[in-house]
Design a protein around this ligand. Structure first.
Ligand code: NMX
Ligand code: MLT
Length: 473
């Protein structure tokens, strides 16, 4: 049966506890490493689940009534900013420090996660292992997961046909999300639910769907790219390559630096705690026991909005419009005028600002470091660097922007553009492939922990007015 894949233990299992002092308390429970690695992710997860179920039960029974803060009218009217309302185990965002994946910052992930080449960028499959188990995998474990993902990557033919039913001019995100919906036909969770699976077992077909989906996304995404931009000439998967390397390869980019960029890109875009639009949407939809395909397709539709994932497209198009109007060597003074022109026409400066972050996004910083190492003389990178100096003071001058600093999307486009992936309208699809790793990892835990249907209370303006009158009396 598909849920019970055989476990291949290459050597005898010997466990030892490894302390990693930089990790927060919330992840200490996961600090068990194996010196002779167990290469099967699913069986590792299975061992962890009972312990975490007990932990949640204890938290509920001992601290269920502890208050986490007050809800203000501003929060209700202001998109729930600052309102703590979700459990999300795989990552946590600090407004000043940025994201930590299971307690590890991006530089720590770059240092500790396995890489495809010596001292290279982290492999996304290593991060998937970390998000799911809280353990830093060995290179052997990451390679074994690479192999497993390749073995799950076959796409049913109807998926291609479904995408082909759309006009070629349809936005790449529309084509990609349509492909994900077509993949849903294979959902193990749906089949198991129809057969009456016991709820204690929900996580198992969810795991199968999630790994299949993560495995298949680069092929579907590459298909969309090659369909729209390369006359439909697709490139098969290379069995010798890892997840990120293969994705670059199937898109048509075999430059080793582009493969490294893709590994870094996918890794840093995977997860950004639970409240961002795509993760929250996926989590909400999944809370109705919708399977991972349905949930992730919904998440993608949120990611496709310009204030969220589409911002990476908007940034490159905006940068190219600067170059078109003012040339690559635009002075800082001219650039300031251009930024003001954008703001005065009622638009946002894409790639700057954030709903939670209050400093430069570390995902921006690591991409900047990549650029400084590999493409310091690229004219668009130099323009991005100038924007880093010019934009924040202007946004501060506006007086209302809470975070004037660049986010992840301010940088990704110029890197991709440098290696020949110049089609900005496609960029959000890359974000989407990456985000599946975070959303699906949490979804498996949602099922393992038996998290309930999400259903917050809403109120009307009249209700708020009356409530506030009574509170003031
Ligand atoms: N350019 C112009 N105005 C901005 C910007 C910006 N980059 N960022 C915030 N503001 C405005 C915002 O529109 C709002 O104006 P108003 O009161 O007139 O509606 C005001 O400043 C206060 O907004 P904040 O509280 O600072 O930001 P909020 O949490 O509401 O929104 C973003 C966060 C990310 C939506 C916002 O900063 C933005 O629109 N940035 C540009 C788009 C972007 O880069 N999005 C990608 C985010 C990362 N991602 O990948 O999802
Ligand atoms: C994300 O990666 O999801 C974005 O930075 C937006 C967010 O965290 O709200």
């Amino acid at each position: 049966m598909v849920f019970f894949r055989s476990v291949s233990l290459l050597s005898k299992l010997r466990s030892r506890a490894v302390r990693q002092p930089n990790l927060s308390n919330s992840v200490r429970w996961l600090q068990i490493q194996t010196s002779s690695p167990d290469l099967d992710l699913r069986s590792q997860l299975k061992d962890l689940i009972p312990e975490q179920q007990d932990r949640l039960k204890k938290l509920k029974s001992e601290h269920g009534k502890v208050q986490l803060g007050n809800i203000t009218v501003d929060m209700v009217l202001g998109g729930m900013r600052g309102m703590t309302g979700l459990l999300w185990e795989t990552s946590l965002l600090d407004p000043d420090e940025g994201i930590r994946f299971r307690g590890l910052s991006i530089p720590e992930c770059q240092k500790l996660l396995p890489s495809a080449k010596p001292s290279g960028e982290p492999m996304p499959e290593g991060l998937l292992w970390l998000l799911l188990t809280g353990k830093v995998p060995t290179k052997e474990q990451a390679d074994s997961l690479s192999q497993e993902l390749r073995s799950r990557a076959t796409i049913p033919d109807h998926v291609y046909k479904t995408i082909e039913a759309l006009p070629i001019a349809a936005h790449p995100m529309t084509q990609f999300a349509t492909g994900v919906m077509a993949l849903q036909v294979q959902s193990e969770f749906q089949k198991a639910y129809e057969k009456g699976i016991h709820k204690s077992k929900f996580w198992e077909p969810t795991y199968e769907d999630s790994l299949n989906l993560i495995a298949q996304l680069p092929t579907v995404a590459s298909y969309v790219y090659r369909r729209i931009y390369k006359n439909g000439q697709t490139i098969p998967m290379d069995d010798s390559l890892d997840y990120g390397g293969n994705f670059a390869h199937m898109l048509g980019f075999d430059n080793p630096e582009m493969k490294e960029l893709m590994r870094l890109y996918v890794t840093i875009h995977t997860d950004h705690e639970g409240g961002n639009v795509s993760a929250h949407t996926g989590h909400l939809v999944a809370s109705a026991l919708s399977d991972p395909y349905l949930s992730f397709a919904a998440a993608l539709n949120g990611l496709a909005g310009p204030l969220h994932g589409l911002a990476n497209q908007e940034v490159l198009l905006w940068i190219k419009s600067v170059v078109e109007e003012c040339g690559e060597n635009i002075t800082k003074e001219h650039l300031k005028d251009y930024v003001w022109k954008t703001l005065n026409s009622g638009k946002v400066v894409p790639g700057f600002g954030h709903g939670v972050l209050r400093k430069t996004d570390p995902r921006y910083t690591c991409q900047r470091e990549f650029a400084l190492k590999h493409l310091p003389n690229d004219p668009l990178f130099q323009l991005v660097s100038k924007l880093y100096e010019v934009v924040p003071p202007i946004l501060l001058e506006l007086g209302k922007v809470k975070n004037p600093w660049p986010n992840v999307d301010a940088h990704s486009g110029v890197l991709l553009n440098h290696y020949g992936l110049t089609e900005a309208r496609y960029y959000t699809v890359l974000f989407g492939v990456s985000r599946a790793i975070g959303i699906c990892s949490q979804l498996i835990w949602d099922r393992a922990l038996g998290l309930p249907l999400e259903r917050p209370k809403s109120v009307t303006m009249e209700w708020l007015e009356n409530y506030c009158k009574k509170a003031a009396a």
